[in-house]
Design a protein around this ligand. Structure first.
Ligand SMILES: NC(=O)C1=CN([C@@H]2O[C@H](COP(=O)(O)OP(=O)(O)OC[C@H]3O[C@@H](n4cnc5c(N)ncnc54)[C@H](OP(=O)(O)O)[C@@H]3O)[C@@H](O)[C@H]2O)C=CC1
Ligand SMILES: CC(=O)N[C@@H](CCC(=O)OP(=O)(O)O)C(=O)O
Length: 347
């Protein structure tokens, strides 16, 4: 069993807090150090009282020499931070696992268009590996820098990729309607996440312009070898955690619901975190909340010959920290479930 020293940059954010929650119970991790850009020296548990005796350590200034000494460095920072922070560390020792969008898009121009920020250096983007664990474990194992997938793309891709790859649905008419809890927006308050405006509300945002559109299209090309453009829209639901994506696509001539279900079951047969749900009443955010599961459901509408494909995850776990730790496990030849074997909250 490896004995890992881990650094977390952005530890005070939601992704960072979830990394601490899972890594604290990870049997291969012996040391966790926390880094900050704004609160150097502050005792972590004085900010987060629920972590007293678990993280009674001071937040440290982000420092290259310090970071180089870790086996793994997780970065869970807003977009535009790691494109500058990480390049000097690539290949220097630690495995780098970035939860932001800075290294996901292979085309820097696309990143600059969709994120409105300067892209990372091209040679570093080219070295990064897209960490959709169930689809890219072989490359993840070798990677010096992992671009952990976005929360929405994780739910969408895990549910639609097998069906596109096996040519059971037509991706040229793929429409994705996705909904997220508010923690997806991070811990920085804003007008739209303000309780009095989000509570008892349900809204659409970033219409046809969400930064996860090129990420989903790129992954469909990468893993299913199909070039397509998608319609993808996102909605804010007044709940803290969770993403439920509903995708619609025509089924290919002759394809049946049974084939679609079998395809999903066969694809994820040996993958402990993906569950194919056949009873729609057993599907929902509360069935995955707090856990690293992705639940998938598919139903064919025989009147329209279109499939309804649903993916459900906890955005902070399978959509962020959980998948990041799953990737770390792959890199260190640990069972993927190490440290992540928890039961969903349900209520
Ligand atoms: N929330 C979610 O569901 C998901 C988020 N992501 C992505 O993961 C990343 C983190 O998300 P999340 O935890 O929600 O975000 P938060 O806003 O909750 O936290 C981000 C943290 O980054 C740190 N930070 C801010 N500015 C800088 C900077 N200039 N340099 C270094 N650190 C900085 C802050 O800590 P400090 O001030 O202490 O430095 C802050 O606590 C984002 O890129 C997000 O898009 C990906 C998937 C899902
Ligand atoms: C509810 C909410 O606001 N969610 C965020 C998720 C962003 C995210 O995770 O950003 P990257 O994956 O691009 O880093 C959004 O829709 O922008």
């Amino acid at each position: 069993m490896s004995v890992l020293k881990v650094g977390i940059v952005g530890a005070t954010g939601y992704g960072g807090l979830e990394l601490i929650r899972f890594l604290h119970n990870h049997k291969a991790v012996e040391q966790i150090e926390l880094f900050t850009s704004s609160e150097e020296g502050v005792i972590f548990s004085s900010k987060f009282g629920h972590l007293v005796q678990i993280a009674d350590t001071p937040l440290q200034k982000i420092d290259y020499e310090a970071l180089e000494k870790y086996d793994v460095v997780f970065t869970s920072t807003p977009s535009g931070v790691t494109s500058e922070l990480l390049p000097p560390l690539v290949g220097k020792g630690p495995k780098l696992i970035d939860l932001s969008g800075d290294f996901r898009l292979k085309d820097p121009t696309s990143y600059e268009t969709w994120y409105g920020k300067k892209a990372a250096p091209l040679d570093i983007i080219q070295q990064s590996v897209y960490g959709l664990t169930e689809w890219n474990a072989e490359n993840v194992q070798q990677a010096a820098l992992i671009a952990n997938p976005g929360c929405y793309p994780t739910a969408v891709l895990l549910s639609v990729l097998p069906l596109i790859k096996e040519r059971l649905i037509d991706p040229s008419f793929l429409i994705i309607d996705a909904k997220s809890g508010i923690s997806g927006a991070g811990n920085k308050p804003s007008q739209t996440t303000h309780f009095s405006e989000a509570n008892e509300n349900f809204s659409i945002y970033k219409t046809n312009s969400h930064q996860h559109i090129p990420e989903i299209e790129q992954a469909i090309s990468m893993f299913a070898d199909v070039q397509t453009t998608i319609t993808f829209n996102t909605h804010l639901v007044p709940m803290t955690r969770g993403i439920l994506s509903t995708s619609y696509a025509p089924i290919m001539p002759g394809a049946t619901e049974e084939q679609l279900i079998s395809c999903l079951k066969n694809t994820y047969d040996k993958h402990p975190f993906v569950r194919i749900v056949t009873d729609v009443n057993s599907l929902g955010i509360n069935r995955v909340k707090g856990s690293n599961y992705c639940d998938i459901f598919v139903k064919v509408d025989s009147r329209t010959n279109r499939a309804t494909i649903v993916g459900v995850i906890d955005n902070l776990v399978k959509g962020a920290a959980g998948q990041a730790i799953q990737n770390m496990n792959v890199q260190f030849d640990l069972p993927q479930t190490t440290g992540l074997d928890v039961v969903p909250f349900f209520i």
